[in-house]
Structures are given as structure tokens and as C-alpha cells.
Design a protein around this ligand. Structure first.
Ligand SMILES: Cc1cc2nc3c(=O)[nH]c(=O)nc-3n(C[C@H](O)[C@H](O)[C@H](O)COP(=O)(O)OP(=O)(O)OC[C@H]3O[C@@H](n4cnc5c(N)ncnc54)[C@H](O)[C@@H]3O)c2cc1C
Length: 298
């Protein structure tokens, strides 16, 4: 099966690929095989061949919301990033492929004088991962701008979902709820003044730099926001800033972030997560749930 895929020039294949470098956390053992398709057609072809051969398939984007197991991921990981990142403009609508980075997409909106993606310019994910997660920040979320998504369904057919059928909710979408691989989305933006759009992006990214430990590897906010609370505040109020297990630490700068001090393992992160969950529950009766997606054997 791999030999068929290896013959194609538009698919890059690495066997026994250590995943840490493909995540912003810099953590994770080997995937049996890592597949990087250059086009939508190559992706669909690879996906179908793998599925028909009974291979377990995991799709990732920029790896900015992942904790990958130290034992790695069995089966194939398909990574949708740069080569899969065409963006087209039609009036106030941008149509973008899943692998485009939110930074590039926001920059395209800015250069086209389109407002609506200011919130996303500092989120280090791909469009596909952001739609899957309904990523959001500073009062904006993907839900506000995504009007249509083309996706690959489990049966290998390409389908489209529109509007409310995306089932967007806090860090949820139809894709996280029911499966399906995001191939491309249409984003409805509004025309705006480029100087205002730029100023907003700069302001929000400045706030990120001031508040977040961006000089350490992490996966962003580690825990979901529990209803009626802020995860970071609960962790801080429990006196847990700076708590360290191995190479994993609750950031001193922002208690909502778990950072990799260097050489952290997924096991370190899990021990830290369990400790923090226990302490927060003991003190406040609130159960924290990870926002990061845990992939592989835990
Ligand atoms: C410093 C930092 C700051 C962050 N700030 C924010 C923030 O402000 N707001 C926020 O919401 N998030 C934030 N994040 C988290 C992260 O950037 C977002 O969740 C982002 O949307 C994840 O996109 P990704 O491409 O990296 O997805 P990945 O991490 O690669 O994958 C995340 C999930 O999406 C799935 N997935 C990926 N691509 C696809 C696809 N094409 N089709 C279907 N499923 C797919 C994966 O299987 C996985 O379950 C931050 C992360 C970091 C490191």
C-alpha cells in the first residue's frame, strides 16, 4: 500500500517519523508513517488507499493544539499544511484550503481590506484545525466568519456543510463531534479600513506577547474554560503557577499555559495535568478538562 503512495511525486512519505517537531509543544513519539500531500487530490487519494487497507488515519494541521503520546501514533498521520494552502478572493469572501495558516489568511484579509479575521492573526494554527476546534480569541471565533466548508466524509466522498450545520460551539464543530476532514472553507468577511484592521491585529498580538509565554513551546491554553470561570485564574488562585513535573511547567507568566521547559515528555505533562486537576477540584469543586487534543496511545 505504501509502495503505491511512494510512487507519487505529490505525496511526501516518512516512515517512523518522530512527531515532536511537528507540534508547537515539541512533544511526541513516532508515527508509523507521516504523509504530507501537496494537493487536495493527493490527499483524498492517500486517504482512500489507507482506509481501504485498514490503516488507522489521523489528520493534523499545524500541530498547535496537540499533546502527542511518547509512544507516538499507530497507523498514518496525514499533515495538511503549507502545500495545501491556496486562498482565493471573491468580493468579501475568502475561500481557503485547510492547510493555510491563520496568520497567512489574516494577512490576506488585511491586504484585501477585509475585516473579520483580526482575532485570528495570532493563533498559530491552520484553517482546518481552527474550523475543527472553532478557534477563537478576543471576542471572535471561527463561527463568526465560516459560512461553508468542503470536507471529506468517512465514506471517502467530498461533501459540503453550510451555516448552522457546522454546529459550532465553544471549541467544538461538527468535525470534532462527528468526524470528517476539513478540505476548504469559505469565510464571509466585511470590507474595512486596512489601517484599522492592521492596528487591531497589532494591538491583539501585542496583548498576546505581554500575557502569554510565547518564548516556550506550548499548545496554548491547556484547559478549556469551565462554565462561569477562567481556567488560568483557577490554576493561579490554587497557587499552582510554576508547578513543575519533569520538563513540564505551569507557566509563571500565564497559569492557563503548560510550557515545555526543554525535554518535557507527554508523561510529564499528563502528571502535571492530573495534579492540577486534583488541586483545582479540591479547592474550588471545578473539574478542568484539557482543551489540547491528546493523540496516540495514552
Ligand atoms: C501560543 C499559542 C496560542 C494559542 N492561542 C489560541 C487562541 O487564542 N485561541 C484558540 O482557539 N486556540 C489557540 N491556540 C491553540 C491552537 O492554535 C488552535 O486550536 C488551532 O486552531 C489549532 O489548529 P492546528 O492546525 O494547529 O490544529 P492541530 O493542533 O494540528 O489539530 C487540532 C485538532 O484538529 C484536528 N484537525 C486538524 N486539521 C484538521 C482538518 N483539516 N480536518 C479535520 N480535523 C483537523 C486534529 O486531528 C486535532 O484533533 C494557541 C496555541 C498556541 C501554541
Amino acid at each position: 500500500m505504501l509502495s503505491v503512495l511512494k510512487e507519487r511525486k505529490d505525496i511526501n512519505i516518512t516512515e517512523n517519523a518522530v512527531m515532536a517537531p511537528y507540534t508547537t509543544f515539541q512533544i511526541g513519539g513516532p508515527a508509523d508513517v507521516l504523509i504530507e500531500p501537496a494537493t487536495k487530490e493527493a490527499f483524498i487519494e492517500a486517504y482512500k488507499i489507507l482506509k481501504e487497507s485498514g490503516v488507522l488515519v489521523t489528520v493534523i494541521g499545524a500541530g498547535s493544539n496537540l499533546l502527542i503520546s511518547d509512544k507516538g501514533i499507530r497507523g498514518a498521520v496525514i499533515r495538511l499544511t503549507k502545500p495545501f494552502s491556496k486562498v482565493e478572493q471573491d468580493g468579501n469572501v475568502l475561500t481557503a484550503e485547510a492547510g493555510v495558516s491563520l496568520a497567512k489568511l489574516a494577512a490576506k484579509a488585511l491586504s484585501s481590506g477585509l475585516s473579520g479575521l483580526e482575532f485570528a492573526s495570532g493563533i498559530p494554527g491552520s484553517l482546518g484545525g481552527a474550523v475543527f476546534m472553532n478557534a477563537g480569541a478576543y471576542g471572535g471565533e471561527m463561527k463568526d466568519v465560516v459560512v461553508e466548508t468542503e470536507y471529506l466524509a468517512a465514506d471517502g466522498s467530498v461533501k459540503t456543510v453550510c451555516g448552522e450545520a457546522h454546529q459550532f460551539d465553544y471549541r467544538k464543530s461538527i468535525f470534532s463531534l462527528e468526524g470528517g476532514i476539513v478540505l476548504a472553507s469559505k469565510l464571509q468577511l466585511t470590507s474595512g479600513n486596512p489601517e484599522t484592521i492592521r492596528a487591531t491585529m497589532q494591538e491583539l498580538n501585542g496583548r498576546r506577547r505581554d500575557k502569554q509565554p510565547l518564548n516556550y513551546p506550548s499548545a496554548g491554553s491547556f484547559f478549556k474554560r469551565p462554565v462561569g470561570h477562567f481556567a488560568g485564574k483557577l490554576v493561579e488562585d490554587a497557587g499552582l503557577k510554576g508547578t513543575t513535573f519533569g520538563g513540564a511547567q505551569i507557566s509563571e507568566k500565564h497559569a492557563g499555559f503548560v510550557i515545555n521547559l526543554g525535554g518535557a515528555t507527554a508523561e510529564d505533562v499528563c502528571k502535571l495535568m492530573d495534579y492540577v486537576k486534583t488541586k483545582v477540584f479540591e479547592q474550588f469543586g471545578v473539574t478542568l478538562e484539557p482543551e489540547v487534543r491528546m493523540l496516540g496511545e495514552f
